[in-house]
Design a protein around this ligand. Structure first.
Ligand code: PGA
Length: 249
């Protein structure tokens, strides 16, 4: 049976107490869920959520990570600190990091390689803006984000990388790419991955879709041959919406 990977990106939401309550509710409701499920609370809640998830199958993820291992980097959180808390996955190159905080493909690539060097599973986010899509530059933009984001990543390490295709115009806007539209971009991503790692690695790569995923559209998106899961923002903040997405089948 096909396996899916559903991740919740809580972004800058929830206090420690609220995060623990949500994590506990999700761990209970998803105890019998057959999919791989990850939740990424804010840095401040990671330690408490790690404790709340003890004994659960849910994976603890972070939303970002510093590009250096340690040192004079005021305000940053290092891979060593994340690992120390039991974090296993990390979202890198999210469009909010790229567009609001100016993260370049080169920087994202250094983070991806650092995460892999320390045994974490990165989710590398890619996606075009509406302007880029309308200018016919979708493949150029997404292709570059993939090629540069994965530069220097060995075929062996690539097995621990998840790709998340998140069209920027669909994030937090309520606008979702149609399943057909998303699937065709996922197919393009697989084509680029085949150039980089060969057809078999490209076929088994996990490519999540992200951008206004909701209980109402999750099943149709994940029914598509190239969509292997979801990276969920807004709808991951409540059990009522995240649980049915993770249990879409
Ligand atoms: P959204 O966010 O589900 O709220 O659109 C997705 C994301 O940014 O990962």
């Amino acid at each position: 049976m096909r396996s899916y990977y559903v991740a919740g990106n809580w972004k800058m939401h929830k206090t420690v107490g609220e995060s623990v309550a949500l994590a506990k509710a999700l761990a209970a409701a998803l105890a019998d869920c057959g999919e791989k499920v990850m939740i990424a609370p804010a840095f401040t809640s990671l330690a408490a959520v790690a404790e709340a998830l003890r004994g659960s199958k849910l994976i603890l993820g972070a939303q970002n990570m510093a590009v250096e291992e340690q040192g004079a980097h005021t305000g940053e959180v290092s891979v060593l600190m994340l690992k120390d808390l039991g974090v296993r996955a990390v979202i890198l190159g999210h469009s909010e990091r790229r567009h609001t905080y100016g993260e370049s493909d080169a920087l994202v690539n250094r983070k991806v390689r650092l995460a892999l060097a320390h045994g974490l599973e990165p989710i590398l986010c890619v996606g075009e803006t509406l302007e880029e899509r309308e200018a016919g530059r979708l493949e150029e933009v997404v292709g570059t984000q993939l090629r540069e984001g994965l530069a220097g990543v060995s075929p062996e390490d690539f097995k621990r990388v998840t790709i998340a295709y998140e069209p920027v115009w669909a994030i937090g806007t309520g606008k979702t790419a149609t399943p057909e539209d998303a699937d065709s971009v996922h197919a393009f991503c697989r084509k680029v991955l085949a150039e980089l790692y060969g057809p078999s690695a490209a076929k088994s790569a996990c490519i999540q879709y992200g951008g206004s995923v909701k209980p109402e559209n999750a099943a149709a998106l994940m029914a598509k041959p190239n969509i292997d899961g979801a990276l969920v923002g807004g709808a991951s903040l409540k059990p009522e919406s995240f649980v049915p997405i993770a249990k879409f089948r």
